[in-house]
Design a protein around this ligand. Structure first.
Ligand SMILES: NC(=O)c1ccc[n+]([C@@H]2O[C@H](COP(=O)([O-])OP(=O)(O)OC[C@H]3O[C@@H](n4cnc5c(N)ncnc54)[C@H](OP(=O)(O)O)[C@@H]3O)[C@@H](O)[C@H]2O)c1
Length: 244
């Protein structure tokens, strides 16, 4: 049995992932953006899940959450699921929060990052990015490329102790995906679950879609870009990614 944090688990794929992992007998920490959103996971709390609250657009709130989580029982895996499609919080929510959780939740030996097929339209550049969330300087596609590149960087830096993978869940019907999304919803969360807990899936550095590895965009595969991304994230957050 593993203890798993799932960011953004009040809705959509994150909530379904939390439900499935609880059903499998794992310890689950669900995450809500505010006290008001805890209602959305009341049933999961009734089934034994723990909860942590943080608005991921607020860097201080993310740091407070990591302190709270590190004071609790050791976390084995993190599924970095929370995401937004637009707005000035794109970089803070989709990239900075996963970075801080990864750098600071040091007991976790598996990290799974939600990317998207849309990362293929993203720019592999750090030029002109405002990481604070004051201005919208990146597209959704840019952030999904950055988080896939970050995942590959974590896999490389922390091998073999830590397994890190990114996942394209497909286009599925959620608040973000819209009601008419065509892909299978269950396939949209099963890969993350397996990558987080399956003892037979000891794989790292992959970009996945529906249980199989795919080749990500060239920016994700560029070691020099990945290294610059780590340096940039350490610099803008003041939190280095430990070199272990
Ligand atoms: N759906 C798709 O077709 C699709 C395709 C490719 C990739 N993805 C990726 O899959 C992941 C999950 O997407 P989804 O479709 O399940 O989205 P969703 O239904 O919109 O759910 C997103 C989750 O993230 C949370 N969240 C957003 N901003 C937050 C913030 N500032 N602080 C804390 N929590 C925040 C939401 O909280 P609230 O419930 O309070 O809003 C919700 O729990 C995302 O990373 C997305 O980019 C989805």
């Amino acid at each position: 049995m593993a203890r798993i944090l799932i960011s953004g688990s009040t809705d959509g794929l994150g909530r379904a992932t939390a439900e499935a992992l609880l059903e499998q007998g794992h310890e689950v920490i669900v995450h809500a953006r505010s006290p008001g959103r805890v209602d959305a996971v009341a049933e999961l709390l009734g089934r034994g899940a723990d909860v942590v609250i943080a608005d991921l657009a607020d860097r201080e709130a993310v740091l407070d959450a990591t302190r709270e989580l590190n004071d609790g029982a050791a976390i084995d895996a993190v599924i970095h699921n929370a995401g937004v499609l637009s707005g000035p919080s794109l970089l803070p929510v989709n990239v900075v929060a996963p970075y801080l959780f990864t750098a600071l939740l040091t007991t976790a030996t598996r990290h799974v990052y939600l990317s998207s097929s849309m990362h293929r339209g993203g720019r592999a550049t750090l030029d002109g990015l405002d990481w604070t969330g004051e201005a919208e300087t990146a597209s959704y596609s840019d952030t999904k490329l950055l988080v896939a590149a970050f995942s590959a960087a974590v896999a490389e830096r922390w091998a073999p102790r830590v397994l890190a993978n990114s996942v394209d869940p497909g286009w599925v019907a959620t608040k973000m995906g819209g009601a008419g999304a065509p892909d299978d919803f269950d396939l949209g969360h099963e890969t993350q679950e397996r990558l987080a807990v399956d003892p037979d899936l000891q794989v790292s550095g992959g970009y996945w879609h529906h249980g199989a590895q795919r080749q990500p965009a060239s920016g994700v595969r560029d070691p020099e870009f990945r290294e610059r991304l780590l340096e940039e994230l350490a610099s803008v957050t003041g939190v280095p990614l430990p070199k272990h």
